[in-house]
Design a protein. Sequence first.
Length: 305
Amino acid sequence: MTIDAANPIERQKKQPIRRDAALEVTRLMPRPLLATLTVLLCALVLIPIVYIFLASLNTDVGVASGEFWPSSFSLDSYTKIWDSVGLAKAIGNSLIVSGATAVVSAIMAIGTAYVLVRFEFRGRLTVLRGLLGLQSIPGTLMLLPVFVLFSSAGTYLGVTVIGTLWGLFIAYLTFALPFSTWVMVTYLRGLPRELEEAARIDGASNLGILFRIIIPLSWPGIIVSAIFAFLLGWNDVLFASVFTRPDTHTAAVALQVFASAVEGGAIPVYSQMMAASLVCAVPVVVLYFMFQKYLVGGLTAGSVK
């Protein structure tokens, strides 16, 4: 009889020691260095946010003079931003365009990815490689061709595209759909085929499998693809500044207008710009906290074979 089997108390005492020893072996860096790097990374993220918040409570003169801690706190900037450049309408436009891009790209991506992953056909690998290639094309390279295409549509078809929200939605969808489709492709590759085979034995069709099995199991991947598509439209400045007019400006363009606006003919509206930046960040933060568990599951699942 061994000592551990004869004395269970000693065995319980040794188990935590072995677990701690295993953690120490797999640790990539010493504990003090890890704590130091964690504090530095948190400081790099939090210090700018704290400065923006304090600057939004300061005056324009105080921010221009370089004050980190305001000499007087005021909420006037949060009341002025709604009238200065029409921030409320701009946020509404961003929510409409970005939300539509997220929903449509997620719906189209799940169907396209299901076909690419579960069916064999000629050109399948070419389409998958094309999805990766499209993601490597910078948006600045596509700005002029897309603008000419939309202008030509207005000239030859009599349809106004430039300056409309649906035209901006189409432009965003062309960039969001390849990424969303590739996210769903990698996610669906991690789903077991046995569930689909069992459904086929029970007489389910391809559409039935898609709606009853694939989509319910793919919510983390769908949420990830939708959120990234939403962020693409929400953060874009380049296309929004070219494809919109004053009444269709998005939140990103409104922030750009704040950066060039002045109050009293001399000092830029620094405090209003900081307040507007925080207000525009609220929807993204709320979206992240609402779907945090889906984001973790969607980003860590799937394979890339």
